[in-house]
Design a protein around this ligand. Structure first.
Ligand code: HEC
Length: 165
């Protein structure tokens, strides 16, 4: 039978104690801090944007469309757009007029979003479905107009639900 040397058994005990202490605040707070949720949704949107950029670069006049690659990006966008509206608990409604904002970490979500959350949720779902259809398009001439529709959904949702300053 293998036994740990005494030294490392103590180390394991210390580590276990540290982990149990670290776990306590998360349980006591019950919910993630609003600033962490805001950060998570900004990172998620940033990743949606990067995937969209890859697709639109391939579809540009000087670009080269590799349909299978573009479809993978569309599928990723679809999945992420499904998760996105779940990152808007009321405590993350923090945009205030005239406040100093760090574009990297502060939210630009329009407080009006929470007044008609069902509409916001539906817009995310519809955009996700269009991206999904694009991911399943059989041919380039089916794929291209779906990406055009998706871009319109990005812009329409931002116009309504995002502050520019
Ligand atoms: C259902 C509404 C909705 C849709 C659809 C949507 N967005 Fe957004 N987007 C938002 C909101 C709200 C924010 C602001 C989030 C915040 O600051 O808390 C945002 C933020 C962004 C940002 C800024 C991210 C950052 O770093 O702060 C980019 C870039 C972006 N969206 C790109 C896109 C692209 C590309 C699409 C389409 C593929 C898209 N969005 C679709 C609502 C939407």
């Amino acid at each position: 039978m293998r036994t740990f040397p005494k030294q490392s058994r103590i180390a394991v005990g210390v580590l276990a104690a540290a982990l149990s202490i670290a776990a306590v605040p998360a349980v006591a707070e019950d919910q993630p801090a609003p600033k962490d949720t805001i950060f998570a949704r900004k990172i998620l949107m940033g990743a949606i944007d990067m995937n969209m950029d890859e697709v639109e670069t391939m579809l540009a006049p000087e670009g080269k469309l590799v349909l299978s690659d573009a479809q993978e990006h569309a599928e990723t966008i679809s999945t992420m757009l499904m998760a996105f509206p779940h990152l808007f608990p009321p405590a993350t409604n923090q945009w205030k007029p005239g406040a100093e904002r760090d574009p990297a970490t502060d939210t630009f979500a329009n407080p009006g979003l929470w007044l008609n959350f069902a509409d916001f949720y539906q817009r995310a779902t519809e955009a996700s479905k269009i991206a999904w259809s694009a991911s399943r398009a059989k041919r380039a001439d089916e794929f291209r107009p779906l990406i055009g529709q998706l871009r319109q959904r990005c812009n329409a949702c931002h116009a309504l639900n995002m502050k520019t300053d």
